[in-house]
Design a protein. Structure first.
Length: 245
């Protein structure tokens, strides 16, 4: 369940107090806020870093610019964890499902999701700045069925907050148990995040075609391909030029 309307201002204030120091630490900026619709259902698709909080920085910037309160879809397992489950609920997040996403979008809400999920977050350093959405068609299907635009928001430098090693057992554990157990390190080999500058780049909205139930699979595949290509172009064009420490 998402937070009630009455609770949200208090929740936002609490979350913002945590995020603003991180925003200063990473000198976070957002480019393309003019593309964010001021009303109506919209799906915001972001890349998933190991740090994960970069998506929350984007949500805060959008709230401050537009007054819109994003709702998030997150993996079920997060809500099952002690303490973390309460935190993600307080951040206006909902267990991800097509039904939950459709309900929020039809209510006219802005819905955040990371199509690559934790699988994308734990990809190794050699795969930085690459989109791992090849078989993740659900978000394209959701946009098609609800008729809402999709905003692609890329933050390539988020992949530099931590270095993730290529470990076969990490991928095996995730595939079998959906548990992310990466071998990773941050600033000067510590668990602290590197103070890399984070910039989000928002592309103009991608509008799905009119939904044809008899041609849905073809429509989903074509729209998904368009979104993946658009996100990869956004990531590649804005990837950092300098190396990490």
């Amino acid at each position: 369940m998402t937070q009630s309307t009455a609770d949200l201002p208090l929740v936002i204030d609490a979350v913002a107090r945590v995020l603003r120091p991180l925003r200063r630490y990473h000198r976070h900026e957002v480019h393309g806020l003019e593309h964010v619709p001021r009303e109506g259902g919209v799906l915001v698709a972001v890349n998933h870093s190991l740090a994960s909080y970069d998506g929350f920085l984007l949500a805060l910037a959008i709230f401050e610019e537009t007054g819109r309160i994003p709702a998030g879809l997150a993996h079920d397992r997060l809500f099952q964890l002690p303490l973390i489950g309460d935190l993600v609920r307080d951040a206006n997040m909902t267990p991800a499902s097509p039904q939950a996403g459709a309900r929020l979008l039809r209510e006219g809400q802005m819905v955040f999701l990371a199509p690559g999920g934790m699988r994308e977050a734990i990809r190794p350093e050699a795969e930085r700045y690459r989109v791992s959405w090849a078989d993740r068609l659900g978000f394209a299907r959701l946009a098609l069925r609800t008729g809402v635009p999709v905003l692609l928001a890329a933050c390539p430098a988020a992949d530099d907050i931590y270095t993730v090693m290529q470990m076969p057992w990490t991928q095996a554990v995730y595939r079998r148990f959906k548990l992310p157990l990466p071998l990773a390190w941050g600033h000067r080999g510590s668990p602290l995040p590197r103070p890399v500058k984070l910039d989000h780049y928002i592309a103009p909205p991608f509008t799905p075609p009119a939904h044809d139930p008899y041609q849905e699979e073809e429509q989903v595949e074509a729209f998904h391909r368009q979104l993946v290509e658009g996100m990869q172009a956004l990531m590649s064009a804005n990837a950092p030029l300098t190396s990490i420490d």
